[in-house]
Design a binder for this molecule. Structure first.
Ligand code: HGY
Ligand code: MN
Ligand code: MN
Length: 416
């Protein structure tokens, strides 16, 4: 592959991603959840690298986002703002590229622009969002919601698995819970937001393509439930007299699987299923479970959610099981990507000798939140290992990251 750019994007991103992966909440895997010591060390490292890369200003905002700004050409009196970014938190036992690629790659591109002394006709901001997965406090896209001025103060009272409130975690991290409103960006200035992200699926891999342009970002609904039956002796309680919370959860999980197999782009997952303080010889009196239901369009998703909720009520009524939402149900609408910028990305792919391939995103991304305040676009990179993600086997190649870096530079110039 001939390139007029030095090989400065791919190798740099792979090196940085490997170094960030060293910071984890767990000894034997990559888990980097909101505001833990590993998360704070990751933020500090990104801040340092941004400074070394040549950003004019680098700051940590009130919720822990790390934001680097590369200023416009001095001749532009009132420059607009183009923003890119992604998240640096991870799921538990996650991969090192989910989110982080979308931070590190634009950082490498700014380093190249800075080396060349090249300025863009707009201010360019790279945002390392502090919390997208919702792994510690359950509410996803917290950091990009704060960035667009939609922080919900009720989130401060969310509690993690160890009973630490989000408010306490912020104080421990040196952040002021009362200042969360100050994280809001001047969204009126944002001309465009784009996000580079690994595909997290097998489509590009199966098509033999390195890059793809995203058409739309799936909307999702999440619930966390506590089903309450009655604990009892496993040996002496006849089957017809039981209120087994785990069996109710199992019946619900199988219905979610069946119902969400009935439409394209519709998916449903029970990712968390747990009998708290369970014992081998005790009928489960309680069972915690999570629901995650998504589709490329809201109508498909909402129809499935309505059916699942009806079924939950029917199963629990029949089994005499009480239902409790352990946190407010949460949903985010599907987001279309900007046709104008999709065309720009397709033109960039053509210039790079790549097929102009487009695909929907089944995963949620911060771009979905930014779509409320600005036109958004996304560029996907191929995932290896069968497209696996949210798994330590998540992998990309240096060559694909290099190509993506060249695409970002070309896109930035086109935006000008
Ligand atoms: O769950 C998602 O789709 C994303 O990885 N947060
Ligand atoms: Mn993810
Ligand atoms: Mn992600």
């Amino acid at each position: 592959m001939q390139s007029d750019e030095p090989l400065c994007y791919g190798p740099q991103v792979m090196t940085w991603a490997a170094e960030l992966a060293a910071w984890s909440d767990q000894q034997d895997n990559l888990t980097c959840t909101y505001l833990t010591p590993a998360h704070r060390a990751t933020a500090e490292q990104i801040r340092q690298w941004m400074q070394e890369a040549g950003f004019d200003t680098v700051r940590r905002d009130a919720v822990g986002n790390v934001i680097g700004r590369y200023k416009a050409q001095a001749s532009v009196a009132q420059p607009e703002l183009v923003v890119t970014g992604s998240h640096y938190d991870t799921v538990r036992n996650g991969g090192r590229y989910d989110g982080r690629l979308g931070i590190l790659l634009p950082m490498a591109v700014v380093a190249q622009l800075s080396r060349r002394g090249e300025r863009l006709p707009y201010d360019f901001e790279v945002v390392a969002f502090a919390e997208e997965e919702g792994a510690r406090y359950g509410t996803a896209f917290l950091a990009s919601s704060a960035y667009i001025g939609r922080y919900d103060p009720a989130w401060l009272d969310l509690v993690d698995a160890k009973g630490v409130t989000l408010r306490q975690a912020m104080a421990e991290a040196g952040l002021d819970p009362a200042a969360v409103g100050s994280a809001a960006a001047d969204t009126k200035r944002i001309k465009h937001y784009f996000e580079v992200h690994i595909e997290q699926g097998p489509v590009l891999l199966d098509a033999g393509l390195a890059l793809g342009v995203v058409t739309s970002i799936a909307g999702s609904m999440r619930r966390k439930l506590l089903l309450k039956g009655r604990a009892g002796h496993a040996g002496t309680t006849p089957m017809h007299m039981r209120r087994d919370a785990a069996c109710a959860a199992a019946e619900i999980a199988l219905y979610v699987e069946e119902r969400c197999s009935q439409a394209d782009t519709l998916v449903g997952t029970v990712g968390m299923l747990e009998v708290p303080t369970g014992s081998v010889n005790v009928i489960p009196g309680a069972c915690r479970m999570s629901l995650d239901i998504r589709a490329a369009d809201d109508a498909t998703r909402d129809a499935a959610v309505a059916d699942v909720e009806r079924k939950i009520d029917e199963i629990c009524a029949r089994r005499n099981i009480a239902i409790e939402d352990t946190q407010p149900a949460w949903s985010v609408a599907a987001a279309p990507c900007s046709p104008e910028h999709r065309a720009m990305w397709r033109a960039v792919l053509a210039e790079l000798g790549q097929p102009q391939f487009e695909l929907p995103s089944g995963a949620g991304h911060d771009a979905k939140i930014l779509e409320d305040v600005a036109p958004v676009s996304m560029l996907f990179t191929r995932c290896g290992n069968g497209g696996i993600s949210h798994n330590p086997l998540e992998i990309i190649t240096t060559e694909d990251a290099q190509l993506a870096g060249r695409a970002v530079l070309a896109f930035l110039r086109k935006l000008g």
